[in-house]
Design a protein around this ligand. Sequence first.
Ligand SMILES: *[C@@H]1O[C@H](CO)[C@@H](O)[C@H](O)[C@H]1NC(C)=O
Ligand SMILES: *[C@@H]1O[C@H](CO)[C@@H](O)[C@H](O)[C@H]1NC(C)=O
Ligand SMILES: *[C@@H]1O[C@H](CO)[C@@H](O)[C@H](O)[C@H]1NC(C)=O
Ligand SMILES: *[C@@H]1O[C@H](CO)[C@@H](O)[C@H](O)[C@H]1NC(C)=O
Ligand SMILES: *[C@@H]1O[C@H](CO)[C@@H](O)[C@H](O)[C@H]1NC(C)=O
Ligand SMILES: *[C@@H]1O[C@H](CO)[C@@H](O)[C@H](O)[C@H]1NC(C)=O
Ligand SMILES: [Zn+2]
Length: 515
Amino acid sequence: MRLRNLPILLAALGWAAGSSILFRGGTIIAFDKGTESLQVIRNGSVLVTDDRIVSVSGSAPRNIPAQTEVIDIAGKILAPGQVNTHLHGWQTAFKTLASNTSLVEYFSRYGEFAAAGLLTPEDVYIGELAGLFESLNGGVTTILDHAHHTWSNATAQAGLVASIDSGARVFWAYAFHNITTITPNFLVPEQLGNFRDLVKNAPLKGSPTEVGVAYDAFGPNPNVGEVNAIISLAKELNASVITTHSLQGAWGIDNSPENLNTLGILNISIPIVLSHASFLTATGAQLLRSTNQYISITPESEFHYGHTHPHSHLIQDQSSLGVDTHFTFSSDILTQTRLWLQSVRRRLYSEVLGRWEVPDNNPMSVNQAFLLATRHGGLALRRDDLGVIAPGAKADLVVWDAASSPAMLGWNDPVAAVVLHASVADVEAVLVDGRWKKRGGRLVGGVKIDYYGDVQKRFLASAKRIQNKLIETPSVFPRAGDVWAPSGFPVADALTVDTLRGPGDGYGETFLAAQ
Ligand SMILES: *[C@@H]1O[C@H](CO)[C@@H](O)[C@H](O)[C@H]1NC(C)=O
Ligand SMILES: *[C@@H]1O[C@H](CO)[C@@H](O)[C@H](O)[C@H]1NC(C)=O
Ligand SMILES: *[C@@H]1O[C@H](CO)[C@@H](O)[C@H](O)[C@H]1NC(C)=O
Ligand SMILES: *[C@@H]1O[C@H](CO)[C@@H](O)[C@H](O)[C@H]1NC(C)=O
Ligand SMILES: *[C@@H]1O[C@H](CO)[C@@H](O)[C@H](O)[C@H]1NC(C)=O
Ligand SMILES: *[C@@H]1O[C@H](CO)[C@@H](O)[C@H](O)[C@H]1NC(C)=O
Ligand SMILES: [Zn+2]
């Protein structure tokens, strides 16, 4: 073999010479692992080689590899990508259909069982992809997807392939559930085989996507044999995460830390993320601490549907942030961060004012909120290298255009600038694994996808068909006087507000038209 062919051979084998990017001259929101705290570096630089951060410094680094791409970020803020620990990416096509939905209606119309049969594998693929691009656009680089579009081998595969094709860092968690609302039925035993096949055959190598498991029947009344089959498969296939919806109280969809602990699966080496953890108990919180497992607080979802989160502010040392059903509200973690921060402040101020006293301190800092949105998401996945800017961490980065954003003009503290003043419009660039996903304010495609516009076209065709079908389907769900099946508690009406002077409340209609 002639030597001049060597680079071609190496490239063919995937051993291309490392590619480097140097960000310089901007403000870096870095992380100091020694002190476990944020560290702001002004006029700093970050060197990325391949998928990792090599150095973070206050001066230009020496030994910059040849052919390094140099990016001047003067006046801008370089921050870690946000981590979303709860999403159902496939649901994008329902966008705006459920602006005033309740959780009771959600289950009967948009949830995993109700929607079985409504989406083809192409609908799942393109909806998931559109949802993940939406996340990347907002500066979210890691997504834990509770993938309950597993209605057949084909729809399951479609969501996994979309995750890989997006180029985002997706922890794609296969949902095991009995689908009996369509023929053929798709039951857990067949899903175990399907999951095994997918993990073995999907092109996961070299992709930031990893697989996990989602399951919502850990308790009450678990099928112990089924739980053990799922957990041993998760262990055998080295699943990166296990996730479950946990809604205690009148909801009765417990999947509580106590339930998992009784099954002997809370204290395992696989990270477990409990989404919502509504009505978490004090005992449950202590179990999460002693087993180092995390919850995913999804503020906007928990407000919108009313799962609520009465105790989540007391367990923020084991909390991360998530989105949930992004078709009904924002998909970016920045919005969740701000909602959560201000709602915690309100709650803790109210306790003082409720005693007829006047608070003199602020109960939660933007620094803490920023860490929930980034570092804590990494910790929930037991990934020390995610959600931080530090040497050795994954190069999952966001450039906030703090230089020209009217909203951020005049900023001094970069953490406050991002948490309280920025919006998705200020996300200028996004990298995952050291690769550009958004640049100059525009999405630049994913794996095998050169142009976001093609995704938009395909998605709109799919969404139109799904939306038309739902618009012509009457909504039937449990109403006041009925019993809520999971718990046996009564269903009741919430008080609605009155926004009109005089008679009538102005509730109005939702503006949906078949197209
Ligand atoms: C930033 O640092 C570089 C050297 O690393 C220096 O040349 C430049 O003047 C500094 N800029 C500011 C605004 O301090
Ligand atoms: C699925 O169905 C099987 C067989 O009917 C049952 O034993 C199992 O508990 C069900 N699992 C769930 C999560 O509903
Ligand atoms: C789905 O995949 C599983 C595992 O390979 C297999 O046993 C099952 O027959 C497949 N189902 C269909 C309908 O092809
Ligand atoms: C899981 O990890 C173990 C240990 O790292 C390895 O031996 C095994 O091959 C892995 N299994 C799969 C399915 O990747
Ligand atoms: C989990 O395991 C750790 C280490 O083995 C132990 O310290 C802790 O008490 C265990 N927690 C529970 C709830 O079993
Ligand atoms: C949402 O509003 C529509 C009126 O536009 C009403 O028919 C529907 O019942 C409302 N949904 C819920 C869950 O309250
Ligand atoms: Zn959810």
